[in-house]
Design a protein around this ligand. Structure first.
Ligand SMILES: Nc1ncnc2c1ncn2[C@@H]1O[C@H](COP(=O)(O)OP(=O)(O)OP(=O)(O)O)[C@@H](O)[C@H]1O
Ligand SMILES: [Mg+2]
Length: 289
């Protein structure tokens, strides 16, 4: 991996420090560290956090994913770009089985996500997802929105969930809005809350699907800043975005998709300065112009 900026010493109120402070009891029961992953042969093996092999998704006649294979390493930031309809969202949503792939393999932390015997909910909880539209519950306060998941799914106590939530809200500059309702917040604030909600579930990877596309331009920066700080602290991230500045600055790897396939993958420099396929050249010319 070519990371240059991961695992910095963090200030006490960093996302990483907050991670350390949380009570691990609730997760230890079902969490298997990648280094402890057990292969199908029964031995241990070191492996990528996520390994995707030959993923296919058909919607009737439409071939939305056409043999997609990709590894995502722990601590890596992968930015996925490509034209509309190229399968970026389908790919991201397939990782945590919001879309069920037609065929292929997704191995996450050593677990075959498509194995019918696997309790998918347990593993899906370790993948935080942030969408273009925030999907906050409108009738619940911000505090309730971000603590209901840990309390219901991780069986974390209300006190513990609120403690963690308060720390994370502080980190994104929204501690004073804990008792507000989503309708009382701006789009940028709602998206920062959506990120906090995902982080409250103590994920091992964060998936972002165009998190800033629905925002007014003046609110894009505040959300990207939160994402950058997460990336710097070593969070594994897969990000679909049209924010090429973010990709250049933060991505370890850029993946270009078109027609349901990965056409190019490389460092931001490689993809942005020297795209090889005609489709990537055309796409980049359109978004960078
Ligand atoms: N639920 C669905 N039913 C049928 N077709 C779908 C469904 N979801 C996506 N598709 C189709 O699959 C293809 C890939 O869609 P996808 O949303 O993954 O593209 P995308 O790269 O995320 O595009 P965009 O940049 O517009 O978000 C498109 O042709 C889309 O119309
Ligand atoms: Mg999409």
């Amino acid at each position: 991996m070519t990371t240059k900026k991961k695992k910095k010493n963090s200030a006490d109120n960093s996302f990483a420090a907050i991670e350390k402070k949380i009570d691990k009891k609730a997760t230890d029961a079902h969490e298997m560290k990648p280094s402890e992953a057990v292969s199908s042969e029964g031995g241990t093996m070191s492996e990528s956090l996520i390994m995707v092999r030959n993923l296919e998704k058909h919607y009737g006649e439409l071939h939305a994913l056409d043999g997609v294979s990709m590894n995502i390493e722990k601590g890596e930031v992968v930015v996925i770009i490509g034209p509309s309809g190229s399968g970026k969202s389908t790919f991201l949503r397939s990782l945590n089985l919001l879309e069920v792939p037609t065929s292929g393999e997704i191995i996450f932390e050593g677990v075959n996500m498509l194995d019918k015997h696997v309790d998918i909910n347990v593993h899906r909880q370790k993948m935080g997802m942030v969408f273009q539209h925030f999907n906050l519950f409108p009738h619940m306060t911000i505090m309730k929105n971000v603590t209901i998941g840990p309390m219901k799914l991780l069986k974390v106590s209300k006190e513990e969930a609120e403690k963690r939530a308060t720390e994370l809200l502080k980190r994104v500059g929204l501690a004073d809005r804990a008792n507000a309702y989503p309708s009382q917040l701006s789009g940028g604030q709602k998206q920062r809350i959506a990120i906090v909600r995902a982080l409250c579930m103590q994920p091992d990877v964060m998936l972002f699907d165009e998190p800033t596309s629905a925002l007014d331009p003046e609110m894009v920066g505040e959300v990207l800043e939160v994402m950058k700080s997460l990336a710097k602290e070593g969070m594994t991230m897969a990000v679909v975005t049209h924010e090429m500045g973010f990709a250049k600055e933060v991505a370890d790897r850029v993946v270009f998709m078109a027609d349901g396939k990965i056409l190019e993958t490389g460092s931001p420099e490689e993809i942005f300065s020297n795209p090889k396929t005609e489709k990537a050249k055309q796409f980049l010319a359109s978004v960078l112009s």
